[in-house]
Design a protein around this ligand. Structure first.
Ligand SMILES: *Cc1c(COP(=O)(O)O)cnc(C)c1O
Length: 429
């Protein structure tokens, strides 16, 4: 199809010529970069297919069980596939895990006992985990069970504070919590290689400590996962990267046999563990979602890089910047002004397949100290592997956005965000 035909198509569908030409020129400059991302998707696609073949995934596995779910061969096949993909002894992959926070909570409470201490060597933990651990007072937190928490911040230059970490490890330190993605912090996201170095250092000091990685948003971005560089458990949400947009709910914990077993006893009950948990009819979506995940992650990454290059060129600070290597799918753009944040989110919403007709507005959300604006029009409610954006309405007025099940959708959403900004006269060209 000719470039002119595509151009006309965008222009007929709400993108003005100047926005299209500007974005198109930037996309042209990203060909080599996109090519490298496609190669990564290729590698990870084969990895997933090989795992499915290795577990002898069969049509009969795709139907569900009901009731107790004893001998659910589909559920067992999916768990074997996850263990193969993440190169771990075992895996717990369940739709009974309600979200990423729940998966992390199961991993912590399943593997810790009163008197144990958790150490985060990478600074603050994800916001919702503060409630789980009891850093923020919360009913039922680990603190109520006599489990304590300590953290060591990264050095100002982003390096690990090895001296501080060494000093923080004591006889009670039982579990190390390493968050791969920066989440909403300003620190950099960690590469798998960096995580490996950190784990080696820590195990050199205390070999029997459990190293757990919050892998949210990092799956399939690189060729290897943290479980291949010494992590005892890697954990994530199925409505992010590994669910490929098809899993309607769920979480995974891949790790050593012992760690996963402890998690299973916590998720269901002591004595029953992995043996129960009917899959109802969800196995097909979880399996097919994992199959699509490498390509979907690649689409999201391309969208993030496309946006970073566009907004950096327009003079805004983008994190990661236009050239930086990617270790997760999150992109932040610092707009500095609330009107720009709102216009950006309106554009993302206007390009959505679902709820495209609504206008996102900032509102008070429980647990936040400022209003928050969110744009999402997803098939799976709240799925942040689908194109979505959110921003706390406070300095520096940064939008965090992520996802895109297909690159053309991510591209359309980002072009639409710029279109809205231009329409409102918020930038001068
Ligand atoms: C998304 C996420 C979580 C878990 O969040 P849920 O909304 O509970 O799924 C935890 N850690 C990080 C880094 C995340 O990005």
């Amino acid at each position: 199809m000719s470039q002119d035909l595509i151009r006309k198509y965008y222009i007929d569908n709400g993108i003005n010529e100047k926005v299209y030409d500007f974005c198109n020129q930037i996309e042209e400059s990203l060909k080599d970069r996109f090519d490298r991302i496609d190669k990564m998707a290729e590698l990870n696609q084969i990895k997933v297919i090989k795992a499915m073949q290795g577990a002898k995934l069969a049509e009969q596995h795709l139907y569900g069980t009901t009731g107790y779910g004893y001998n659910d061969s589909g559920r067992e096949a999916v768990e074997e596939i996850y263990a193969k993909v993440f190169k771990t002894e075992d895996a717990l992959v369940r739709q009974q895990i309600t979200c990423g926070t729940h998966a992390l909570s199961i991993a912590l409470s399943g593997n810790l006992r009163p008197g144990d201490e958790i150490l985060s060597p990478v600074g603050r933990v994800y916001d919702t985990l503060e409630g789980v651990i009891g850093i923020r007072e919360s009913k039922g937190s680990l603190a109520e069970y006599g489990i304590t928490f300590n953290k060591v911040d990264l050095l100002p230059n982003g390096d690990f504070d090895y001296e501080g970490i060494k000093n923080a490890i004591n006889e009670r330190t039982r579990l190390i919590e390493i968050q791969r993605s920066k989440g909403y912090e300003t620190r950099p996201t960690l590469s798998v290689e960096q995580i490996g170095e950190l784990i080696s250092f820590i195990k050199g000091i205390k070999p029997d400590v459990i190293c757990m990685v919050d892998n949210c948003y990092g799956e399939f971005v690189e060729a290897i996962e943290p479980s291949e560089v010494g992590a005892d458990m890697v954990i994530g949400s199925l409505i992010k990267n590994p669910g490929g947009g098809l899993a309607p709910i769920g979480g995974y914990i891949c790790g050593t046999k012992e760690c996963v077993e402890n998690c299973a006893y916590r998720l269901t009950t002591p004595g029953l563990g992995k043996e129960v948990g009917a899959s109802l009819g969800v196995t097909r979506n979880i399996a097919q979602g994992l199959f699509l995940a490498p390509a979907v992650t690649a689409a999201s990454l391309k969208g993030a890089i496309f946006a970073s290059n566009i907004y950096e060129k327009l003079g805004f600070k983008t994190i990661p910047d236009s050239r930086q290597e990617r270790y997760d799918i999150i992109q932040a753009v610092e707009f500095g002004k609330p009107e720009l944040v709102c216009a950006f989110c309106e554009g993302i919403q206007a390009a959505a397949p679902v709820d495209s007709f609504v206008t996102p507005i900032p509102w008070d959300m429980p647990g936040y100290d400022s209003q928050v604006i969110m744009a999402a029009g997803a098939f799976v409610s709240g799925a942040s592997i689908e194109l979505s954006a959110d921003a706390p309405m406070k300095e520096p007025y940064a939008v965090y956005f992520q996802g895109g099940l297909t690159y053309p959708h991510a591209k359309f959403g980002i072009m639409m965000s710029l279109q809205k900004i231009v329409e409102k006269g918020l930038i001068v060209w």
